[in-house]
Design a protein around this ligand. Structure first.
Ligand code: BG6
Length: 303
């Protein structure tokens, strides 16, 4: 069962013959598989997590760990989990789930629509008795994923409660890399960042970001495009964003990868996370009834 019926019921209601179907993915979890718009792609209802995007004739762009547990209640290790309403640990409550609670629960599938040549899958979640125990707020969150020659993800948050609401958010995007130690993340030169591997010290990026150790950097006040330049896979992945002022670059490196039960010991070499976010001093506050949309557009170019 998904959040809104069995897989068969959801496929009968939302599937589009030859273009999009709701089917059982890993662990029997429901996912939407799309083949249209010059690409193939997948999004799981668990966390509304995109797990695949392959423009026609190209290799997989998104990384997913082979050690993912594939069960409701646990985030998928890879793809594009959504961090909300806090990023990392909840302030003042280290026992609360890291990166919030929406990445580990099944979302409702609301709609699958053809959109030009592309296909948009809309999923939603919101407050209930369980979320109110962790975060006393009323909200509705929609994730709109458009699979096409580009991959677009738009996260829409509505404050449906009576009081102003502050929150953090991230599209925690894992990109597949040929060899992460050879990747250059371009577009952050001169940007101030907090180095989470060095007690959150503020530093200034010099040139491209390279991965030569554990990397956990929160780039502030930046809305610029970022390019993941991968000489091994001979491609560039471009991330453009709207309504996001923070970009996080993360790779766990050797020791942390070994300590993670849902990541293979060697898998750190195969990905870099470039995350479209609003966190820390760029957390968002919405008045009652207000909406906020954060968007990431992913493009691929061969070089
Ligand atoms: C990154 C954080 O976004 O996610 C890191 O900046 C964190 O600090 C990483 O380690 C992975 O988090 P998790 O909860 O998925 O293991």
């Amino acid at each position: 069962m998904g959040a809104n019926g069995t897989i068969e019921e959801m496929n009968a209601k939302f599937g589009i013959a030859g273009i999009a179907r709701v089917t059982a993915g890993n662990g029997g979890l429901p996912k939407v598989a799309v083949t249209a718009g010059g690409c193939a792609g997948e999004v799981y209802l668990l966390g509304a997590t995109v797990t695949s995007w392959k423009p026609r004739g190209q290799d997989e762009v998104v990384f997913v760990s082979g050690a993912t547990k594939w069960e409701n209640g646990r985030a998928i290790r890879g793809g594009v989990p959504i961090c909300f309403p806090w990023f990392g640990n909840k302030a003042g409550d280290p026992k609360a789930p890291a990166h919030g609670f929406v990445r580990a629960k099944p979302w409702a599938l609301d709609r699958i629509a053809q959109n030009g040549g592309a296909v948009t899958v809309s999923l939603s979640t919101g407050s209930d008795e369980g979320t109110k125990k962790l975060w006393p707020a009323e909200f509705r969150l929609i994730q709109r994923v458009t699979f096409g020659a580009e991959l677009t993800m738009e996260l829409e948050m509505t404050n449906s409660g009576p009081a102003p609401l502050g929150f953090e958010e991230a599209l925690h995007t894992y990109f597949h890399a040929g060899d992460v130690t050879q990747v250059r993340v371009h577009g952050l030169d001169g940007i101030h960042y907090l180095d989470k591997t060095d007690g959150n010290r503020e530093k200034v990026q010099q040139g491209d970001v390279t991965i030569a150790k554990e990397t956990d950097s929160v780039y502030l006040d930046t809305s610029s495009d970022v390019e993941v330049r991968d000489p091994v896979l001979r491609r560039r992945i471009r991330v453009s964003k709207q309504n996001s002022l923070v970009t996080v670059v993360w790779n766990p490196w050797i020791e942390k990868a070994k300590a993670m039960s849902d990541l293979g010991d060697e898998e750190w070499k195969q990905f870099v996370c470039v995350e479209t976010c609003n966190v820390g001093k760029h957390a968002v506050t919405l008045a009652s009834g207000e909406q906020h949309r954060m968007k990431a557009v992913i493009q691929l170019a061969q070089v």
